[in-house]
Write a protein that binds this ligand. Sequence first.
Ligand code: PGA
Length: 247
Amino acid sequence: MKRKLIAGNWKMNGSLAANEQLLKAILAGLGQPVCQVAVGVPAIYLSQCQTLLAGSAIELGAQDISAHESGAYTGEISGVMLKEFGVRYVIAGHSERRQYHGETDELVAAKVQRALGCGITPIVCVGETLAEREAGKTDEVVKRQLAAVIHANGHCISEIVVAYEPVWAIGTGKTATPDQAQQVHAVLRAQLKAASANADRIQILYGGSMNAANASALLAQPDINGGLIGGAALKAQDFLTIIAAAA
Ligand code: PGA
C-alpha cells in the first residue's frame, strides 16, 4: 500500500514566535510517523522552518512557485530559490490562488512543470465550487483542471501529488463525506491511470475542513492517500491526531 501523506497548508498565518512554538510542539509529539508529513509555510518563513525541521521527519513545503525560471518578475519566487531552502513540496493551483490571483489551468500546469524541473514535488490542487457541484459539473471541472497538468507534463505526472479540495469545503467546516470524496478521487485516479503507466504510485490527498474528528473516516477510503490540511494544521494536537489517523 502507498504511504499516506499529511501536508499542512499554513496559508498566510504564523509569526516567528508562533511557528517555533507550533513546530516544536508537533515535533515533540511526532515520534516516528508511519506516514509522510510536510508543512507548507509562507515563503518568508522557509529559512526559519528549514532550521527548525532540520533532521526531523517533517518535510518542508512552499505554497506557490513562479512559472518562470528567473528574471524580471517582481515579487515571484523561483523553484531554484525554493530548492536552496530545502523545499521538498510546493502547493500548485490552490483554489485561493485560482480565485484571488487569477491563476488559470495553464498557469498552474506551467508551475507544476517548473517544480518538477527543479526536483520539487508539486501538490496539484483541483476542486469544484458549490455552484459547479450543484450543477452536476464536479467531474467535468476536476478533470479539466487535471487534464491541463497532464497535457503539459506528460509521463512526468507520475511524480506529482494531487489534492482534491472542493472549494465549498475549504475553511467552511463543511467536509465532503467520505463517499463524496472517494467518488471524485476514483475519477481522478482513473484519469491519471489513463495518462501514465505509473499512476498507481500517485498520492491523491483530500483537503477541505479535514480535522481531528473526521480524518480517520476520510483516510479509510481506498483512493484517499492523505490530506492537505489548512486550519487544523495550525493546532499541534489536531495535526498530530490527523497524522496518527493516517498510520
Ligand atoms: P482547511 O483548508 O483545512 O482549512 O479547509 C484546506 C486547504 O485549503 O488546503
